[in-house]
Write a protein that binds this ligand. Structure first.
Ligand code: AMP
Ligand code: TRP
Length: 382
């Protein structure tokens, strides 16, 4: 397995000029116009076992593209986030390994990206605490994901409330400038911007302003196959709403056949008015090597939506086939996967430690010899 051979760390890589135009906006901190930050990409995903098409097309496919265009990229499996709802320890451990295999199978290459497990870098929790002390309950209470997740809960875990603060810590710890995510994460990125600038205002410029990368409109929100007014989500109780990367071909055919469309048989791309069929066209376009939804509609002119579903199913199956094969290959060697996460941790930790030392020093935490020496002088009135 060639991709598993690790090259020396790539941490010192800075942004390169080989990017598509949409990605090349310069990033400045509004508080310090003279401060140019190197482009740094960071994103995270929960270890949920298998990815669904929404995660893959909305996020991970893009992560691999960014990596392959020479960006400085760090991707994190966010196990601390996943324990904000109850998890079976054995299952969680398996899901971490499964997610690592899936990341690699989707094209994340540890020679080009830093791929690591959140709980192995303790600085995430430390910065979470400091940022948690800067934000307010009022600011967190209104975040839509928190509201959605807790709607039916009687007892709300505190961790679920702090979830977006930990996410901000993940992002700021690496002085991230860009975060590739799906549309559902926009408010969390806004909170990160808010906390970063709050910290900068109070303690001096430390963090760049960060931006979400959501540049492929049709990928930003892949919809449920059973209720296209909702996003595709693993927590949907309706099994046929969601296609997993590990689904067998006949399961994919069955799910797409049952996809809810409307009473018009023509295939058009009209995401405002025809949610169901447009969702299928979007998925089809995203698994078809850069074909736009409009090109897809032209290609299938004259086919009705019933037959079109089989065309989409075939395209999805073809696209996912090599990924499924690779996931199974990687899973044959779990110790190799643990080794990759270990190596990623070493790379991530170097940066995280540096940022935390700076943060603690600015906040006045910790025992730093040179500062204590200065204090002694002050107390002696020198
Ligand atoms: P999650 O599974 O909620 O941890 O999401 C992982 C990543 O997938 C995040 O960047 C989400 O924004 C993205 N994502 C999740 N569901 C969808 C969806 N239905 N459409 C597009 N992106 C999604
Ligand atoms: N909240 C994100 C999700 O549900 C996962 C996540 C955690 C994340 N930390 C992050 C995403 C940092 C981007 C950056 O998908």
């Amino acid at each position: 397995m060639n991709t598993l051979k690790l090259l020396p760390t790539l941490l010192s890589r800075t942004a390169q000029n080989t990017l598509p135009r949409a990605f090349t906006s310069s990033v400045e901190n509004p508080l310090d116009e003279s401060h140019k930050w190197p482009r740094k990409i960071f994103s995270g995903i929960q270890p949920t076992g298998s990815l669904h098409l929404g995660n893959y097309l909305g996020a991970v496919q893009k992560w691999a593209e960014l990596q392959n265009s020479g960006e400085d990229v760090t991707y994190c499996i966010v196990d601390l986030h996943s324990i904000t709802v109850p998890q079976d320890p054995e299952k969680l451990r398996n899901n971490i390994i499964q997610m690592t295999a899936t990341m690699l199978a989707c094209g994340i290459d540890p020679n080009k990206s830093t791929l690591f497990l959140q709980s192995t870098v303790k600085e995430h929790s430390e910065l979470n605490w400091i940022l948690g002390s800067l934000t307010t309950i009022a600011r967190l209470r209104h975040l839509p994901q928190y509201k959605d997740k807790t709607q039916k809960m009687k007892e709300i875990p505190l961790g679920l409330f702090l979830y977006p603060v930990l996410q901000a810590a993940d992002i700021l710890l690496y002085k991230t400038t860009h975060v590739p995510v799906g549309e559902d994460q926009v408010q969390h990125i806004q909170l990160t911007q808010h906390l970063g600038s709050l910290f900068n205002n109070r303690f001096g410029t430390t963090f760049p302003d960060c931006h979400a990368i959501i540049d492929r409109k049709e990928a930003a929100r892949i919809r449920s196959l059973r209720d296209p007014s909702k996003k595709m989500s693993k927590s949907d109780p309706e099994v046929k709403s969601c296609i997993y990367l590990t689904d067998e071909p006949d399961v994919i055919v069955e799910k797409i056949k049952k996809a809810v469309t409307d009473f018009t048989s023509e295939v058009t791309y009209d995401p405002e008015n025809r949610l169901g069929v447009s969702n299928l066209v979007a998925i089809h376009s995203l698994v078809s090597n850069g074909k736009t939804p409009e090109e897809i509609c032209k290609d299938v002119q004259g086919i009705d939506t019933g037959k079109y579903k089989m065309v989409v199913a075939e395209a999805v199956i073809e696209h996912l086939k090599p990924i499924r094969t690779k996931i199974n290959e990687y899973l044959k060697n779990p110790s190799e996967l643990v080794y990759i996460l270990d190596d990623g941790r070493e790379k991530a930790r170097t940066i995280a430690e540096e940022t935390m030392a700076e943060v603690k020093q600015k906040v006045g935490l910790g025992a730093n010899m040179s500062e204590f020496a200065m204090l002694k002088k002050v107390s002696k009135g020198v």
